[in-house]
Design a protein around this ligand. Structure first.
Ligand SMILES: NC(=O)C1=CN([C@@H]2O[C@H](COP(=O)(O)OP(=O)(O)OC[C@H]3O[C@@H](n4cnc5c(N)ncnc54)[C@H](OP(=O)(O)O)[C@@H]3O)[C@@H](O)[C@H]2O)C=CC1
Ligand SMILES: CC(=O)N[C@@H](CCC(=O)OP(=O)(O)O)C(=O)O
Length: 348
């Protein structure tokens, strides 16, 4: 018997990508899809690319509709997941794609999000290397409550954590600049995302340390062993629908070389199914990850600047959200971690 699944926020981008992947997953059967303004509509009228789920109708996002499933995926605006989970039973696996349960510090939540703090859940980045313990997947196995990372956070964390854990870089002057695709901003109408505003233009946002992902990045790199982690992070919206390209740089620790850095990344990712270190001198393009649950990492050393430079590409909707959610659900339920998740992208 497949696990019975509900997806809340099924009319949005993250919800739509969850459904695309779940439709091809052999152990999950989507029984319930919920929405807000689109409740009452046929799913196919809102997500016309999901033909095999055409029999489903979007219902209101309420505890009554979400209760009683084996697995509930939440792809709701920030603040909405916390409200609803209290009404779901402990037996249900709940995987939240929003931010409500990512931060362990209530003070950080207050500063960057505000509103009621709902507490941290098991963090859904299986490949996160942690100081003194195994990767985060060990914490996910058997968990009933999982918080999926922010997509920018995933790209930066995967590009820096192995070097932090191995002591290859200093952690008090990290810099990350990201090119990010428009789907990260969700499906609702926003004037700055109109085609005539964004086509042919690159636009920075949340400049100057104010992006709400900043404390989450620090949280991860501290877990990886970083002391006094400081990071200047600047996202730049670029005209592509999917993808994140994170260029992260850090001062090399005294005496460390590119060979030390490569060894750290090889040790961290050599056995990972979805995170791949590229050969020396090669760097990823976002196009190579579109539709796939992969993260591609290329690294170099800038000898003049004495800085490690890492470039990480992901599809924000797959490894950055829906793929990570399903990968974590697989682990939590004791299924093979890679089940139903594509390694192959779409090209061109
Ligand atoms: N897009 C991305 O790359 C990523 C998104 N996420 C997270 O996933 C979550 C969903 O994001 P995304 O899919 O992009 O957003 P969208 O705006 O595309 O979708 C939002 C979904 O939430 C529903 N919704 C809107 N308002 C409410 C409300 N007041 N109460 C309940 N439901 C509501 C919408 O329903 P309706 O359409 O019917 O109004 C829709 O189904 C967010 O928390 C986001 O941070 C995480 C990582 C990456
Ligand atoms: C282009 C764009 O706006 N991207 C979003 C990505 C948000 C995201 O996906 O993460 P959350 O789940 O934390 O919202 C941003 O940078 O805020």
């Amino acid at each position: 018997m497949p696990f019975s699944v509900a997806v809340a926020g099924a009319s949005g981008y993250a919800g739509g990508e969850l459904l695309r992947l779940l439709a091809a997953h052999p152990e999950f059967e989507v029984r319930t899809v919920t929405a807000f303004s689109n409740a009452g509509s046929d799913l196919i009228s809102v997500q016309p690319h999901l033909r095999s789920l055409a029999h489903l109708t979007l219902v209101e996002t309420s505890p009554e509709h979400l209760r009683g499933h084996d697995v509930v995926f939440l792809a709701l605006p920030h603040g909405k997941s916390g409200e609803i989970t209290a009404h779901l039973g402990d037996a249900t696996l709940v995987v939240d794609c929003g931010a409500d349960h990512r931060l362990v510090s209530e003070a950080d939540w207050e500063r960057f999000y505000g509103g009621e703090y709902f507490g941290a859940w098991t963090y859904g980045l299986p490949e996160l290397v942690r100081e003194g313990t195994g990767p985060q997947r060990e914490a996910i196995a058997g968990s009933k409550r999982i918080a999926v990372p922010g997509c920018n956070v995933t790209a930066i964390t995967l590009g820096l954590a192995p070097a932090v854990r191995a002591g290859v870089i200093e952690t008090d002057d990290l810099v990350a600049v990201l090119s990010v695709g428009t789907s990260g901003a969700g499906k609702s109408l926003k004037p700055h995302l109109l085609a005539s505003e964004i086509s042919g233009s690159a636009a920075p946002y949340a400049v100057g340390g104010v992006h709400r992902h900043t404390p989450e990045i620090k949280q991860n790199l501290t877990a990886a062993g970083g002391a006094d982690v400081r990071i200047s992070f600047t996202p730049v919206l670029v005209p592509m629908s999917r993808g994140i390209l994170a260029t992260s740089t850090a001062t090399l620790a005294e005496g460390k070389t590119l060979a030390d850095a490569r060894k750290a990344f090889e040790e961290a990712y050599g056995a990972e199914p979805f995170v791949h270190l590229l050969p020396e001198g090669e760097f990823p393009r976002t196009a190579e990850t579109v539709g796939a649950n992969t993260a591609l990492v290329g690294i170099a050393v800038d000898d003049d600047a004495r800085r490690l430079v890492t470039v990480t590409a992901i599809d924000n909707l797959v490894k950055g959200t829906a793929g990570a959610a399903i990968q974590s659900a697989n682990l939590a339920l004791g299924l093979p971690e890679t089940l139903g998740l594509p390694l192959e992208g779409i090209a061109p």
